[in-house]
Design a protein around this ligand. Sequence first.
Ligand code: 26W
Length: 812
Amino acid sequence: MFNIDKETFKKDYEEKFIEMHGKDLHEGTDYNKYEALASLTRDYVVKMWINTNKKYNFTGEKQVYYFSMEFLLGRLLGNALINLGIKDICREALSDFNINLDSLEELEEDQGLGNGGLGRLAACFLDSMASLNIPGHGCGIRYKYGFFQQKIVNGKQIETSDYWLKNANVWEIKKSDKAQVVRFGGEVTTINEDGHLRFNHTGYEAILAVPYDIPVIGYENEVVNTLRLWSAEPLYDEFDFSSFSRGDYLKAIEYKNSIEAISQVLYPDDSFYEGKILRLKQQYFFVSAGIQSIIRHFKAYGKGTLKDLDEKIAIHINDTHPTLAIPELMRILMDEEGYGWNEAWRITSNTISYTNHTILAEALEKWPVEMFEKLLPRIYMIVEEINRRFCQELWNKYIGQWDKISKMSIIADGYVRMAHLAIVGSYSVNGVAKLHTEILKKQEMSDFYYFNPTKFNNKTNGITHRRWLMGANPELTDFLKETIGSGFIKHPTDMEAFAAYAMDKSVQERLHQIKLSNKKKLAEYIKINQGISVNPDSLFDVQVKRIHAYKRQTLNCLRIMDLYRRLIENPNLDIVPRTFIFAGKAAPGYYLAKNTIELINAVANKINNDPKVNEKIKIVFMHNYRVSLAETIIPAADLSEQISTTTKEASGTSNMKFMMNGAVTIATLDGANIEIRDEVGDENIIIFGLTEREVLDYYQKGGYSATDMINGDYRIKQVTDDIVNGFYCGDKERFRAVYEHLVTYNDEFFVLKDFHSYLKAQDKVDNLYRDFSKWQSMCAVNIAHSGIFSSDRTIQEYATGIWGSGFLYKNL
Ligand code: 26W
């Protein structure tokens, strides 16, 4: 374990500061001080990083590569200090210089290279792999612009660019010597050389992929793994200089820009697939660079031949976005390494595993054949051959069943279906929560499941407790240590011991005080950043996540609108005072989601300016939701809103973060909510809404009518009317999209159907909250049972159940 005393740290810090900034510490700006601290921390890490790599090269143990289009890391400094085990020393040392560690941490830009759940999961997994001594590395894209920044102007979302690299990024190291060349376009000709087919690729555009490595620090174990992000650059000697020599300066610049465009920006879509050629380029770009660098490294250090690749290396693809890893590995094994098809296929399909994160049909990637073939001619040939052989196999098993075969085919109706390619080319397919995996097996991917049942498995998601508990909620962490000891930090399920204290009055009081202190901090943040005063003694009711119809922010909003009507009718209505907190970004092209934000803001504006109800309710839509904001909001929540239409949320992960921080959950039986319920018991969670069966019946048999719901129920009629009658905003048309989705288009997410059951559940919340002891005991039980949702458990399951990695460590 890394060890340093306070005096040495102080000396190192002062020296680092002077060396970096050429002035004395007391002359520095806060940002200078942050830079010096981050840079010093990185220096401490670098030696361990080198040693870890040496160890991996020496032992030859199995390496895992986690391929993902997104890594939503957030800030790195605080997490690095925790994992190095020097946060307390650092805090004390800095305070001797009159520097506050927390305020330096807040100066760091979030590294926001992801949309939401899938990207954050990848980040949690990296943290867990390093902390569990698993040789596991990330591979992705170094987007110049991360996920957009959200501003709210007149209640509307405005997107601005996220130029997160405007200040030097101390956490990355550019490795120019490890650059790879990636080829696009051109023609492929086949040559027969002594009975062997050779593929000659000409006329392509070659692009340089340059890696930037970021250290991934394990918790107090001196392991430092690598997150390698690729950036696109032109291959100067192939094009630019010739342009210059022709004097065609502008053309050269344009060309340079078109190349750099590949790693320029993260697509801000989650759950809507759009067939944009640049996205396909991005996918092949990082996958090809990643696979080439793995093979290069394996050949330099591997203990064996490429024949044994599947024993030495596991490649995991995070959703279908990196699926081209399959044909790319085939290409390298066959065209560059001389393997025949069967051997290359055995190696590839035993090396790659795949996680599915969504069953929403509109999110499934499929690329037009024409586009695919033109951009990636050799890769397309390989995909065609994979498909030809797969369909042959299907034909042998399902003779004459054309419908089934065309349903399962990888290429059909002019498209390449990436999920089918991912399933066929990998040895393991997993869902991210029990229900989700069952739906994959029995419905969405049932043909594939029945064709090959052993491939399918479940790995319920998790979150790293090092960031989401220790980092975000130090007060609660200290209290847990005091009460049950520190064992839970290395073994999160040890938190179960805390359940024994659920009824203990002094424990309940402390939990309440800790929550209150977090709520006060959030209230202060809200006051400073959004100018709204909220009461920390009110119940903080929180829904923070991407804005999407299936997540049903509208249901929450309608219930607030209903409550407001009831308060107007009866100002003495006896309710628990609440602060409703929303946050989340809408995809820029998703009109309904943007309109939902407008509605929430209009409702907030009206209610917050009505003194008759302000003692009882307030609403805040917090701007620019991101990892660091989540770290401030989640520890302050009393109630966690997990209200998606049953079957639609694959897992959810914020549900786990809230629970670990002692919030009570109000939820539908969807995704991992079900497993949370199983852990805490029915009495410690509030469940409502349609069941899986009821939802599926509606989809299969029909029968849901929004108009009937409105006509048969005056409260539903009132709240839906209030969307379009000018009550919240003079412009009656303003929220038309929300209304039409709910009513005219007969809302496929059944908001109105779940409305009353949600209202009842919210009344139950009030009653429980009024009973101090009952509520606090629920919070305690939730914390106690959250350990199983640490991503350490999830990663342990991936390592033993899918990758076959991490065994070396276990045998030591
Ligand atoms: C092609 C556009 C696109 C981009 C991203 C489609 C789909 C995605 C992701 C699969 C969306 C996503 O983040 N899914 C979420 O993954 C989390 C981690 O497993 C789950 O907890 C969430 O339930 C799921 O919505």
